[in-house]
Structures are given as C-alpha cells and as structure tokens.
Design a protein around this ligand. Structure first.
Ligand code: SF4
Length: 225
C-alpha cells in the first residue's frame, strides 16, 4: 500500500455516516430536560412498528470524527447523546463514544438492545431498549447484554398494549432488572393512553419509572428537535 493509500484508509476508519447533529432538550431517560447535542447515526437493522426515526434508516452523510467533535463543541452543551437508527450498527461508533468521553462530555448512548454493548466505553450511560412483542422485534433482544449493565445505565421498554405491559412486568421480575439500574416504561405514543400505563404501574406498585417523551409534547416529534 502506498503512503497516500495508507493515509486514505486511516482517514476512512475515522468517520461515520450521520443523519443529523442538533441541539435540543433531552426528551427521555434520566437526563431528561438537559440541553443535549444529539448525534444521530444513519442506519438500523430493526424495524419496530412504532419507529419515529425511520428517516434515519437510509441516506445520511459521511462525517470525519474531527468534524463531528467540532460540530458538537460549537453547540456548547455538556450532554451529548449518540443515537440513531441503531448507532452500534456502525462499528466505529465505539471509537466516537470514547473520543466524546475523552473530551469531557456527559455521554449517553441510545441502543436497540440487539447489538453487543460490551465494547462501549464504561463512562457512557447506555440506554438499552428491551423490545416488547408488540414492537414486532422482540426476537432481536440480545439477552447477553443484560449482565453487562451497571447502575450508570438504564433499561427502556416502550409499551404498546396491556399485553406488552404484562410481558414487560414479567421480564423485569425474571431478570431482577430493577436491582441493576433504572427501568423506564414509556407508552407507545399513539397506542397506549399515558394515563392507562401510569395507572397500571401505580396499581402494581411496580418499581419502574414512567416517562413521556418530552420532545413529542413540546415539538410534536419534528425531526431535528
Ligand atoms: S431500533 Fe430504534 S431506530 Fe431502529 S427501528 Fe426500532 S425504534 Fe426505529
């Protein structure tokens, strides 16, 4: 390989395909409400029936790591959320997470739960989905991720029906999830009445955290907000 070819190969290993980078308020998880820079990676191998970011499945543009870090910095926020799509579907996401931690940001990662989280920098707060039956992607749950979770992380269920709720309750009990980290239950936006889910949790005295997606309440889920 020539020197030029080696340089090109090195540069291409330091880039990721992105759909968007934008500043908003964190709409969910334990960092809800904080001004946060979102780095949305392109692509996802799943197809949850309620997906609200299908526009990130395809397209996007290649960004060098230096350009990503510069764009993140110019927004001036302490919190950075790497999301998708499924960010871990691009292997170089692992290196970006490390660089963001090295730069001193509070870094979170939103992941589908279908890809190994083992290589993720331990400074990152991982928000791991467990896909319910009514997402139609429950067969993608990678259960070997659960023992890797720590108190820094969060587990998220998007509940689409009463049946989903009962299933999720069973999974929380079976795996002792509330002993590991915070467990979040969200209603699927148009499929479960938020007050119904809230009532079920209270009636069962379930030690999970109910949450609504703030960005949908504030901005009706516009891309880039
Ligand atoms: S994992 Fe996330 S991005 Fe992928 S289809 Fe499901 S909701 Fe959409």
């Amino acid at each position: 390989m020539t020197a030029v070819a080696t340089e090109t190969a090195a540069a291409s290993s330091e880039r990721l395909r992105l759909t968007e980078i934008f500043l908003s308020l964190q709409g969910e998880s334990n960092s809800i409400g904080w001004p946060t820079v979102f780095v949305r990676l392109t692509g996802c191998p799943l197809r949850c029936q309620y997906c609200d970011t299908a526009y990130a499945f395809h397209g996007g543009e290649w960004w060098e790591f230096d350009a990503i870090l510069a764009e993140v910095a110019q927004h001036g926020a302490r919190h950075v959320c790497v999301t998708g799509g499924e960010p871990l579907a691009q292997k170089r996401c692992i290196a970006l997470l490390q660089k963001l931690c090295d730069a001193g940001y509070e870094v979170s990662l939103e992941t589908s739960g279908a890809i190994d989280i083992g290589p993720v920098d331990p400074r990152v707060s991982r928000v791991l989905d467990i896909k319910t039956p009514d997402s139609r992607e429950a067969h993608r749950n990678l259960w070997s991720n659960l023992p890797l979770l720590t108190a820094r992380d969060q587990i998220k269920f998007v509940i689409c029906s009463r049946e989903d709720y009962e299933w999720s309750k069973g999974i929380v009990a079976e795996h002792g999830l509330t002993q590991i980290c915070d467990v979040l239950f969200s209603p699927s936006f148009t499929q479960v009445k938020p007050s119904d889910l809230a009532d079920w949790i209270v009636a069962d005295r379930l030690q999970v955290r109910f949450q609504l997606q703030l960005h949908k309440i504030l901005w009706n889920d516009e891309p880039g907000r």
